[in-house]
Write a protein that binds this ligand. Structure first.
Ligand code: SF4
Ligand code: SF4
Length: 347
């Protein structure tokens, strides 16, 4: 089955220059949507340190998506690769008499875990003094060519006309996991209790009430912009199509994602004399091209130029948008207060 073009497409832009790696978005999503049995190891939103192996481990190497328009076979990573949920013996730690027992995690087999979500947090890459890292937020990108949807033999996935969000019909799903194999970003999980595929739902019940998704609203870094792409004054349209500073992640996967990234600026590298080498950024541009494609050079140049305009006393509409001094400006049409919302029903 192929996806029909949506009437309207929700889009988000994540600013990698503002993300703190605090995982507030991750926790906001986790506590709202994935605290039911079988969802313990699900992270519909995750923030990975880059360069790193990602979540699941070696996230972009499991296949899926398209090459030259043809589907690429993919595989479903194991629970160990995703990172299972850990246990903590709180009683042993807090009730210890006269000895100090640190709070260490254990896996299902009782052994210390050897992998988990964002396992290589803050390790980064490069060699001192040219070490570097940045944070990369990931959710389902509600792709315009969703390999997940096209891979399902039961037509269990569908696209909402009103916002382009891809959902799983859990009544139809038989838990084959072809969708999870086909997603090149590995943003679909398997619930072993209910034997169904589950994924980010774009907080659609909140959107319908005019409230921003939890991950967007809870972000203390003001790193997330949201709106319908059709709104030409909205931040996603402006940043993607007008300023061309927001780029898709791994566009070579061919799924046409609707989440875009402001690439990270970089301080200059040090040369062998310990001086700044202005010609070489510490975050290798070649690495950024791998993630965000060839447009990253022009995007970074534009951001740098606008930044310098402001630094020299000028005005920049781009910088104003990226800074968003009024935090509601990030939220597009989803500025309602979530305080009155009901807790979602148990899933
Ligand atoms: Fe499907 Fe993956 Fe795209 Fe989400 S990111 S729509 S799960 S292909
Ligand atoms: Fe980054 Fe915002 Fe998520 Fe914190 S809440 S990790 S700043 S995107």
């Amino acid at each position: 089955m192929t996806a029909t073009a949506p009437g309207r497409q929700l889009a988000m832009v994540f600013d990698l220059n503002k993300c703190l790696g605090c995982q507030s978005c991750t926790v906001a999503c986790k506590t709202l949507w994935t605290d039911a049995p079988g969802m313990e190891a699900m992270w519909w939103n995750i923030v990975n340190t880059m360069p790193g192996r990602g979540t699941p481990r070696d996230a972009f190497s499991h296949g899926g998506g398209y090459s030259d328009g043809e589907p690429v076979p993919g595989r479903f990573p194991s629970l160990a690769e995703y990172g299972e949920a850990w246990s903590f013996d709180h009683a042993a730690t807090f009730e210890a008499q006269g000895e100090r027992i640190p709070l260490h995690p254990t896996g299902r087999d009782g052994a210390p875990p050897e992998w988990g979500p964002n396992w290589d947090e803050d390790l980064g890459g490069g060699t001192y003094p040219n070490s570097y890292y940045f944070y990369l937020q990931q959710v389902c990108a509600n792709c315009s060519r969703p390999a997940c949807l096209e891979a399902c033999p039961r037509d269990s996935l569908y696209r909402r006309e009103e916002d382009g969000i891809i959902l799983v019909d859990e009544e139809r799903c038989h838990g084959y996991r072809f969708c999870a194999e086909a997603c090149p970003y590995k943003r679909i999980y398997f619930n072993p209790v209910r034997a169904v595929a589950q994924k980010c739902i774009g907080c659609y019940p909140r959107l319908e009430a005019g409230v921003a998704p939890a991950c967007v609203r809870q972000c203390p870094g003001r790193a997330r912009h949201i709106d319908y792409m059709e709104n030409r004054q909205g931040h996603p349209y402006q940043l993607v199509h007008e300023w061309k500073v927001a780029l898709p992640l791994r566009a070579d996967f061919g799924t046409e994602p609707n989440v875009f990234y402001i690439p990270p600026l970089s301080p200059p590298a040090f040369n062998e004399r310990g001086e700044f080498d202005e010609a070489n950024p510490r975050v290798p541009t070649e690495y950024l091209r791998e993630l965000f494609g060839p447009g990253v050079d022009a995007a970074l140049a534009t951001i740098q130029q606008e930044r310098e305009t402001v630094a020299s006393g000028g005005q920049s509409a781009l910088m104003d948008m990226l800074i968003s001094r009024e935090w509601n400006d990030l939220l597009g049409p989803f500025t309602e207060n979530p305080a009155g919302l009901d807790r979602p029903p148990a899933r």
